[in-house]
Write a protein that binds this ligand. Structure first.
Ligand code: HEC
Length: 131
């Protein structure tokens, strides 16, 4: 009777120790998993396509005036889907037009956005559906 009681007692402790141990092991694995994940994403970042970059720039910088869907006219600016690289460059750099281009609007509302110089190829990819 005495020894059976002791066995029961130590069995309880074994279980408790096992639970704590496995819980901390799981925590350890979980943390290691997190660290590993953030490490690998920091090392090899998925490259964002020109198209996706252009879409982000369009949404953040152009839809104040142009339509969220560049096929449609916006609140202020016209539809600009299919714009050529020359047209986008002229508009973004100095709110101009390429030589000989017939503007959709006679207004001069759009400001130049020359800080987007490096993003013109991305805007072009987005506005021409080049994924
Ligand atoms: C402040 C409002 C505004 C913003 C912001 C703006 N545009 Fe415009 N955009 C216009 C207006 C208005 C026109 C029509 C001409 C004018 O009045 O300047 C135009 C014309 C254009 C045209 C020429 C359309 C044509 O065929 O005649 C293109 C291309 C263009 N915008 C591209 C862009 C791009 C790309 C962005 C974002 C990087 C942008 N615009 C941001 C208002 C804006």
């Amino acid at each position: 009777m005495h020894s059976a009681q002791r066995h029961h007692f130590s069995g309880y402790f074994n279980c408790l120790a096992g639970c704590i141990l496995s819980a901390s092991l799981m925590t350890g694995t979980f943390l290691a998993g997190c660290t590993h994940k953030s490490d690998s994403s920091a090392v090899k970042k998925e490259p964002v396509s020109l198209y996706d970059r252009g879409r982000i720039i369009y949404v953040t910088r152009c839809i104040a005036c142009h339509n969220q869907d560049p096929h449609q006219p916006g609140s202020i600016g016209p539809a600009i889907y299919g714009s050529s690289l020359e047209l986008i460059t002229a508009r973004v750099m100095h709110a101009g037009y390429p030589p000989g281009y017939k503007p959709q609007r006679a207004t001069h509302i759009m400001p130049p956005l020359p800080d987007l110089k490096g993003d013109i190829p991305a805007i072009y990819a987005f506005l021409n559906g080049k994924k």
